[in-house]
Design a binder for this molecule. Structure first.
Ligand code: A2P
Length: 306
């Protein structure tokens, strides 16, 4: 297979001590149907800043929410993955997008709203934001992206970088195989679904697989998760995984990677992994917090979990 060479990227052109002010140009909900899990696509105008043409899809930008925390200190920087392609949202180099889920929780019996995500979600076109970045040097498409096949796994807003990556690949006439496996609790939580469904219809080499965890159950009573597609859609996925120029990307909730790695071991696909220790007969015997001592991603697997 061709060498996996990642592009050189720039980091922290703007630091938290020296952020840049950018303007919001759009902010809309990306679920098709109304859902209590509110996820928004937010686009910023970076014209005239040093970020223009210098942020790659797969990297993150930082946002500094205004105001202070309960200790009287300025709110900390929050990182958000870029969801526009490297050449910019709508192909415009001055536009950069991200995907934000409103964090809403109940602590005791009090409603808690995440500071940065709700600040961002409330923004209107014309509002100004303090931005930093970019950050991230590994979760990227390789320099020669058209030499590979891709299996992209996402849960929730982990889909953000893939939106940009898939737009980028297919706008340049991508001919190899590309599969997006997306996991979310309910059908109403599918993100950018219209776009990915259209891509699936229009491109024979693009497949959009949905793993909806809290509706139907699998035949054995287990939940539909992204990793269960490796079994349920084996006919499609195994031949792609068996090719020596396929790369796996995993983005979303921490812990999702272990289910995928266990399934890769079971399907005898060790080339995506580094096996560090002798594995127990039953992989579920490995404690979650010790998992990395046994199995890590190889060069062919890219992981961004949080
Ligand atoms: P569930 O919470 O029903 O068990 P979101 O970020 O929108 O909450 O979606 C996260 C999705 O990832 C949910 O469908 C969630 O399912 C699922 N999920 C939870 N734990 C894991 C895991 N260990 N591996 C893969 N998917 C998971």
């Amino acid at each position: 297979m061709s060498e996996i060479k990642l592009p050189e990227v720039e980091l922290n052109i703007y630091s938290p001590k020296d952020p840049v002010e950018v303007e919001v140009v759009e902010n809309y909900i990306v679920t098709k149907e109304s859902s209590p899990n509110i996820v928004r696509h937010i686009t910023f105008n970076i014209a005239g800043t040093d970020l223009e043409n210098r942020v790659r899809v797969g990297q993150s930008i930082g946002i500094l929410p205004p105001g202070k925390n309960e200790k009287g200190r300025p709110h900390k920087l929050r990182l958000y993955s870029v969801s526009s392609p490297t050449d910019g949202e709508h192909g415009k180099s001055n536009l950069i997008s991200t995907t934000v889920k409103r964090t809403i929780d109940e602590l005791g019996n009090k409603l808690y709203l995440g500071v940065a995500s709700n600040y961002l979600a409330d923004l209107k076109p014309g509002d100004k934001v303090q931005m930093t970045g970019p950050s991230g040097r590994r979760f990227l498409l390789p320099e020669n992206p058209h030499d590979f096949n891709y299996l992209f796994f996402a849960t929730g807003t982990g889909i953000a970088p893939y939106r940009g990556m898939i737009q980028e690949l297919f706008s340049e006439g991508f001919k190899n195989d590309c599969v997006l496996v997306f996991g979310c609790p309910y059908r109403t939580d599918l993100l950018y679904a219209d776009y990915f469904e259209k891509m699936d219809e229009e491109h024979e080499n693009f497949h959009y697989l949905k793993s909806i965890s809290r509706e139907a159950r699998r035949h054995d009573g287990s939940k539909f998760y992204v990793q269960t597609q490796l079994q349920d859609e084996k006919e499609l996925l195994y031949p792609i995984l068996a090719k020596d120029n396929t790369l796996i990307y995993i983005c979303g909730m921490k812990g999702m990677e272990t289910g995928i790695y266990k399934e890769l071991v079971k399907q005898n696909l060790p080339e995506y992994l580094q096996i560090k220790k002798e594995l127990p007969e039953n992989l579920d015997d490995i404690p979650q917090d010790k998992f990395k001592r046994f199995i890590k991603p190889s060069m062919r697997t890219f992981e961004e979990v949080y």
